[in-house]
Design a protein around this ligand. Sequence first.
Ligand code: ZN
Length: 288
Amino acid sequence: MKKYIRSVSSALFLGILLTLGMNRMEVYATEPIPVADPNVVTEVPVQQPTVPAARPKRKEDILTVQVKADIESMLKEDTQDAIMNGYLSLLNKDYILHDELEMDLVGIGNGHQLEPLAAEKITQLVKDAQKERLYINITSSYRTYLKQVELFKNKIERLEKEGYTHEEAVKEAATVVAVPGTSEHHLGLTVDFVTGRYKKLDEGIRNTNEYKWVEEHAWEYGYIIRYPQGKSDITGIITEPWHLRYVGIPAAKLIHDRGICLEEFLGVAYDDQKDGVSYGAGWINTGR
Ligand SMILES: [Zn+2]
């Protein structure tokens, strides 16, 4: 649910969103069509309401040739495939997905799902916070690739209805909805949270006691604040204090203690980003 995506010059590292996705989770409401019992003969035929059954949307209906082209037009030219490396997977605007990921998911309440260990740890985090009278509410979690396509497509269509040309609509949509394949929510390792009292996904959450606690303790559960302040040039994403990513405790501790972002930790922060120095522990060999 990355709502804010900032464009960054192509010479700089672009953003990072990612996706792992798997099974489609959407549940399509299907209205049972009333059917007359054929064994019952009635004198007066009952007029059945003509309610068409809601048909589940098929992938082909959502991922049309047009929307594929729209997605393609909004991706960087030199994108590479997301680097799938367990809890240290990298998905951002440079390393993207092209389709769903196969993965196990478990529920964490309110219809949210995550990868099993990420789910267990965030559940523990929320519980422990509660013991301190801090209330953390998860508002977003795993999201399928196809769901992201749907969000993107719907946004384009709404903008067109408002009078945008198709091209303008696609560009505008890409500034408010993550381009499919670039959202880290596809990985099943990511949540967005608000607090019991502060419900907005914005900078104001930093002033809450919940955020302060998360900032200090999330690493103990293997989570990091994925888009920290001052790292937008590297992540390609505006700072998002509400977006947590599971990476496992060792990585989370190091990232927290050093005040670096995931790209720096992985050694994929571009060398020409700042001063020619290569950042990070270089856990992923990207061939750079
Ligand atoms: Zn998020």
